[in-house]
Design a protein around this ligand. Structure first.
Ligand code: PEP
Length: 247
């Protein structure tokens, strides 16, 4: 049984005043689904120390354990601050920081070494979808970004079509299902049926309270990675509840 996961990516949003939003998610986090918030790194220690029952994660880590990398954070540092998860390979990192699959793969190894669960993002651009290259792109990202050694305990895969992130545009449920079934098949083929079936697959891209139930009913959707609608408990709690209801 894969435990459902509602994950929030706060990106570069939130100061300490926003910690009350995580506290306001605590009640909903007692349900069947696991709840994760990845706030800015400045908030990880305090958010984790509050012991709300909401898991806390980072949004990126460096592939090296330490050294001369000004401004970067190692996986160990995230873990030490109280993080249990880290998002890697988000399209904004791939675009803003020129991250490629080999970087994501090295970071994933480092995160696993530190004992973090990796939420690994993949997704196509609109041009790639229109050219009917979606599955090739996703297949390439999975092969290139995931190191050997994946398990259902150390890996979560988030399918995030880039054109759906922060745009209000959402793929049809058929389109989501096609990609999630494809990811499941690829994981089973590479890691074996047992492992492939145990890795949780999240959909991400403009998930809102209004569309969550429909998305959570799609085959092989085990939860969501949510950006904008995870910033406020008033938006995220109904999404968590929709996931709890689908569990
Ligand atoms: C994201 O950035 O991971 C994301 C899914 O954002 P949004 O929910 O705002 O589209």
């Amino acid at each position: 049984m894969r435990r459902k996961l509602a994950a929030g990516n706060w990106k570069m949003n939130g100061t300490r005043a926003a910690l009350s939003e995580i506290a306001a998610m605590a009640e909903a986090a007692k349900g069947a689904a696991e709840v994760l918030i990845c706030p800015p790194a400045t908030l990880i220690a305090e958010a984790a120390g509050a012991n709300t029952g909401v898991a806390i994660g980072g949004q990126d880590c460096h592939a090296e354990a330490k050294g001369a990398h000004t401004g970067d954070l190692s996986a160990d540092m995230l873990k030490d601050a109280g993080a249990s998860h880290v998002i890697l390979g988000h399209s904004e990192r791939r675009e803003d920081h020129d991250e490629h699959d080999d970087h994501v793969r090295a970071k994933t190894r480092a995160a696993w070494e530190a004992g973090l669960v990796v939420v690994l993002c993949c997704g196509e651009t609109l041009a790639e979808r229109e050219a009917q290259n979606t599955l090739d792109i996703i297949g390439g990202q999975l092969a290139g970004s995931i190191p050997d050694g994946a398990t259902g305990h150390n890996l979560v895969v988030a399918y995030e079509p880039i054109w759906a992130i922060g745009t209000g545009k959402v793929p049809t449920t058929d389109q989501i299902g096609e990609v999630h079934d494809f990811i499941r098949a690829r994981l089973e083929k590479r890691f074996g049926e047992g492992v492939g079936r145990s890795v949780r697959l999240l959909y991400g891209g403009s998930v809102k309270p209004a569309n969550a139930t429909e998305i959570f009913a799609v085959s092989n959707v085990d939860g969501a990675l949510v950006g904008g609608a995870s910033l406020k408990a008033a938006d995220f709690v109904p999404i968590i509840e929709a996931l709890n209801a689908s569990a």
